[in-house]
Design a protein around this ligand. Structure first.
Ligand code: KG4
Ligand code: ZN
Length: 332
């Protein structure tokens, strides 16, 4: 079964064709990231306007690359939330129109669940039961999954998401958006023991997170160091702060994920979302875990439509065109 996936929850416009949930035939992603850089974050109206312009071309490219004519795919999968309302509307309405004219079923999906399925397009799929850690720009969640569609939400962030903390700290440090890759890059030259930042909720017995205090602590430190006259700080200092911050945030994520894996006695840990692109995180979690840990390839960790198409295959619940709607606040 070939599924055409469509993903437009944030600034990316993605279309992909995946066969039987595991075989990636095409994965096209167009991002309006460069247009947002000067604002230090995503401007929703700009993102949606760009998506309207390019969505048809992106879908066509994905079909061409997969050598699939529109009559040849079996279903359409689309992200309905969570995300930016204007962006979601572009994907959802396009998918509904395509479903109507092609007479193919449409599967509405939760973007967060999609992030987990970025790990299914590997030679060997993850083995249930699993603990899934979703670490994206807007969410940080731990899930216990016994099987496809059988899941229990264990906990999540009470304030900032992990990716959001990376983006905000990067901004304070004068690094560009998105902040995660920038912090990872400069942290390589820094000393992670230079500053001891708080590890919020690291010892709490639940599976919740909180990263806003950690972010504030970095802000306060930066304000103390900033040269009042030039409003600048040295590259070495930025590298040391980045390395210390990254170490603190990953220490919390790793400890809670391993705790959840132990408590639920799972076979594997599966990580998804943009922060899963971080190689330092991947290495640390793998080093500390006694069970297999999955991280998707970088291009599937960040937002893309292939994960949506894969998710749809394993959670095949078509919806009615008249009932499918964009749901910006969708959660578990
Ligand atoms: O999953 P994603 O592409 O979009 C959302 O659904 O939010 O995640 C984007 C987030 C951004 O906050 C970005 O800074 C972060 O993922 N990110 C990273 C890295 N690459 C992207 N965070 C840490 N290290 C990275 N290498
Ligand atoms: Zn995402």
């Amino acid at each position: 079964m070939k599924i055409l996936g469509i993903e437009t929850s944030c600034d990316e416009t993605g279309a992909a064709v995946v066969e039987n949930g595991v075989k990636l035939l095409s994965n096209v992603v167009s991002s309006s990231q460069d247009l947002h850089k000067k604002y230090g974050g995503i401007v929703p109206e700009i993102a949606a306007r760009e998506q309207v312009k390019i969505i048809i071309a992106v879908i066509q490219e994905a079909l061409d690359e997969a050598k699939t004519r529109s009559a040849e795919f079996d279903a359409i999968a689309v992200t309905i939330g969570p995300g930016l309302i204007g962006s979601l509307l572009v994907g959802v309405e396009t998918a509904k129109t395509l479903s109507f004219i092609s007479n193919k079923p449409i599967i509405p999906l939760n973007h967060l669940l999609g992030h987990i399925y970025a790990n299914w397009m590997e030679q060997r799929p993850p083995k249930f039961p699993i603990i899934s850690l979703i670490v994206s720009g807007g969410h940080t969640d731990l899930l216990f999954m016994e099987n496809h569609g059988v899941l229990k939400w264990l906990g999540g962030t009470r304030d900032d998401a992990a990716g959001e903390a990376f983006d905000k700290v990067a901004r304070i440090l004068g690094l560009s958006y998105p902040g995660g890759p920038e912090i990872e890059k400069i942290a390589k030259d820094g000393d992670p023991t230079s500053f001891i930042f708080p590890r919020p909720m690291i010892d709490s017995p639940d599976f919740d997170f909180s990263f806003s205090g950690l972010k504030t602590s970095v802000v306060n430190l930066v304000n103390n160091f900033t040269d009042q006259k030039t409003n600048q700080f040295s590259r070495d200092l930025v590298a040391n702060i980045a390395a210390s911050f990254q170490t603190a945030i990953f220490e919390v994520l790793i400890k809670k994920t391993l705790l959840a894996a132990k408590k639920c006695a799972v076979s594997e840990i599966v990580v998804g979302g943009g922060v899963a692109a971080n190689k330092f995180f991947k290495k640390e979690l793998r080093n500390q875990s006694s069970i297999p840990v999955r991280f998707p390839p970088i291009e599937l960790a960040v937002d893309n439509a292939a994960m949506i198409a894969s998710c749809a295959y394993f959670n095949f619940r078509p919806g009615k065109i008249t009932e499918i709607q964009a749901q910006p606040g969708l959660y578990f």
